[in-house]
Write a protein that binds this ligand. Sequence first.
Ligand code: PLP
Length: 482
Amino acid sequence: MDTHEFREVGHRMVDLLSEYLEHIEERPLFADVEPAKLNKLFAEPLPQNPSSSDEVLQQIQEKLLPYCTHVGHPGYFGLITPSPNLMGILADFICSALNQNVGAYTIGPSAVAMERRTVQWLAELVGYGEQAGGNLTSGGTMANFIGLKLARDYASKDRAQHDGIRDRWAVYTSEERHVSVDKAVDAVGVGRAWLRALPTDDEFRVRIDALETAIAEDKRDGVQPMCIVGMFGTTNTGAVDSLPDLRRIADREGMWLHADAAYGGGMLVSHEWPMGNKGLELADSVTMDPHKWFYAPLDAGAVLVKDERRLTLSFGMKPAYLTDQMDRTNERYQYYVHGFEQSRRFRSLKVWMSFKRYGAREIGNWIDANIRHAQRLHRLVEGHPDFEAANRPAMSAICIRYRGDDMDESESKQLHAEVASRVERSGRFWISTTEMKGRTWFRINPVNFRTRPEHMDELFALLRRECELAVQAKKAANRRMA
Ligand SMILES: Cc1ncc(COP(=O)(O)O)c(C=O)c1O
């Protein structure tokens, strides 16, 4: 492929994608297709001979596009993967063309500077000062892992990097945390058995009395408190833990406080429901995911650290082959010395370009609209006797359940799963189910700038209809059995 062909195919690709995005709502959101069929579509040996660009593009149109989950569809209310903003999509194209490796200054000087500024913007949103730093990561999972690694090294007075873990340590978090916290305590050597997943109150915030009890019991048993992971926007309901209380307890016990704002970080640019006063800046480190509620395309997560030096103490290694002998004035920032990853995609480009193109103001408008969507659904649910909501939405995530027809929990679980699957088959919406406090819920999270209020009305009408049909089908089956 020469640059002439690149230009020609590139223009056609942009046309194809513009068409796709313009008509995204007309597509069935989720393809009704068996996995075996998809595997068969791609079952071919490693190509030995070239194909024309036309043929390759044709295959993309035939084999990939029709079977995508169209997350940019306004009815996608699923697993916190928002509609990617258009400037961000273009940014990823530039990113691949330039292929800057922000792991090391010498492979992307201007990219490193841009990433430093983007990290600074995010840190300012948190409320951190000039000492703050961070890394753009593959997502919240990697950011939570880095947060836990910082916590472990801090708690060991910087011995664990060398000696591993010698004492018994415990990490405290909410029963509503994301599973990446469990993975992180495993990966840093603490072990999942030492993660204390504490009960929450009626608003799904971690209970401070339960935290105090767990710490006291651990200390009595010779287990050392290492870290608290506070939630700033839980996956299910957007709950925000009381970070000032968590800070006070962490200080008293000499613990690190990490806050998971992977989803909730978006609230920091909300105009109508700003959450800058919830104490996020009190955390020692924060996970934030621009690829969630800043509408950046995947992947773009971030770990932000109040004192950037902690990153260097935790990760700082300089093998000879990477040491930059040209850096005579010691000004070239080497991300690999201050983070876990070495080769790293220039993720900040799409975050930077999105903030430049739309401004925090426009992104905040999208966020406020999504919160209003959740509130609208909440009002509909409140007005219907057969449905209930877990709580008033704190952000855009809302959990609701069908409570008609006196079902036991196992029947209710089956009904919710069946209805969610029928919603998927409708091609109009995608929602998930979840469990909280021993009950099954529909989990609905509008994080999409194409969603309009009427989509919420349509979704609720569909849920009502499908729940009633499922109940009738169950009754008919019972009658046949009797
Ligand atoms: C609260 C929270 N933390 C962490 C994560 C993990 O983020 P990622 O999927 O970007 O790895 C998620 C994902 O939904 C989340 O909701």
